[in-house]
Design a protein around this ligand. Structure first.
Ligand code: ADP
Ligand code: MG
Length: 357
């Protein structure tokens, strides 16, 4: 079989100017268990991903697929086992504690947390929480801080801002707390926001308003956003491009309309099958189901991590991790079903599923 070459690895100097975040070979292992019985959790395996200026990238994967680990390592809250993270084409950030570059990295890359109830300090007012990055990163002089905080609150729709300054988290609704979280992230003047399932703990009725707030901010502030979710339909609503994650591996990356409308990886096809499609925009052609158990991250197979559950798996899938194949503009997939050039291999029907289709 002829394989497509791996996409070129971009060196520091070659990163296009519009690239805000570039992650290369990002890997994170955790060691668990008692001495003598330790196991390695392969939470993140060799992730290559970039985010452009003003772009929303949806990162989709089921629970335990490594999404939060990705966010934490990109923020360098957790030390990567391997790989590099670059922001605005700068040199990869060293992990030395208290280094100026690490501090600058933590300003440029901000996070919005999944749980708005635990991410705000209950003992501090909104004014204190939103003002904290302003002070820590010396964004504005002290006498301008109150005005800057009010401006941030207006930006996230907490008006009149004066009413919110002295409130404590328990005096806010879930949606308002999440807005404070967004204001606090914006206060640092970041280049990229990583939002880790920012609406999954909110009432359905306010989810959309938070999603729309993030979309407005990306337009008005030309912010880049990584929108992490387990929900493919939500990612489609939010994103320009979607990356599909399974067991710590990326399996497919492409324009949102392609990943949703013409998913290539069998796993993405299953996700789409499960995604709500109230408008009926996307046909339901996939007819297979994943079999077997969810992956054990302490004993991943050497081949495709999805192979043990994939109805279209061949023997070669269990041997080695497939290479990336280009299947369209900015659309790549890690699956042997696509030969060099991205065409489905002979004898395989992808959309109708099953070996005999
Ligand atoms: P997701 O956010 O997609 O649900 P996570 O990134 O939280 O997934 O977790 C990925 C895997 O890594 C899970 O199996 C989880 O148990 C494991 N994991 C995450 N953090 C740690 C940790 N600090 N120590 C050990 N295992 C961890
Ligand atoms: Mg998570």
């Amino acid at each position: 079989m002829v394989s497509a070459p791996e996409p070129a690895v971009l060196g520091v100097a070659e990163i296009p100017e519009s690239t805000v975040l570039e992650v290369h070979g990002l890997t994170k292992h955790y060691t668990v268990g008692r001495w003598g019985r330790q196991k390695t959790v392969h939470a993140l395996s060799n992730i290559d991903l970039s985010v452009k200026k003003g772009e929303v990238l949806g990162l989709v994967g089921e629970s335990g697929s490594g999404k939060t680990t990705f966010v934490r390592t990109v923020l360098l809250l957790d030390r990567p086992t391997a790989g590099t993270i670059q922001v605005n084409g700068q040199e990869p950030v060293p992990m030395r504690p208290r280094s100026r570059r690490l501090r600058e990295h933590r300003r440029q890359v901000q996070m919005i947390f999944q749980d708005p109830y635990s991410s705000l300090d209950p003992l501090h007012t909104v004014r204190y929480s939103v003002g904290r990055p302003l002070r820590a990163f010396e964004i504005v002089p002290r006498h301008e801080q109150k005005a800057a905080i009010e401006e941030l609150l207006v930006q996230v729709g907490l008006v009149p801002a004066g009413d919110f300054l002295r409130r404590y988290p328990h005096q806010l609704s879930g949606g308002q707390r999440q807005r404070v979280g967004v204001a606090r992230a914006l206060a640092a003047h970041p280049s990229v926001l990583l939002a880790d399932e920012p609406t999954s703990m909110l009432d359905v009725s306010i989810r959309l308003s938070i999603m729309n707030l993030l979309l407005e901010l990306r337009s008005s502030e030309s912010l880049s956003l990584v929108f992490v979710t387990h929900d493919l339909a939500g990612a489609y609503y939010m994103s320009d491009r979607i990356a599909i994650m399974y067991a710590g591996h990326l399996l497919e990356v492409g324009p949102a309309s392609e990943v949703m409308g013409n998913p290539r990886h069998p796993y993405t096809q299953l996700l789409r099958e499960a995604a709500p499609d109230p408008e009926g925009d996307f046909g339901r052609e996939t007819q297979f189901e994943a079999r077997g158990d969810p992956p054990d991250l302490t004993a991943l197979p050497s081949g495709c991590p999805f192979a043990p559950r994939c109805p279209l798996a061949r023997r070669e899938c269990e041997v080695a991790l497939p290479e990336w194949r280009e299947v369209g503009p900015e659309h790549r997939v890690r699956c042997v079903l696509y030969g060099a050039g991205g065409t489905p291999a002979i004898g395989q029907s992808l959309t109708h599923g099953g070996r005999d289709a």
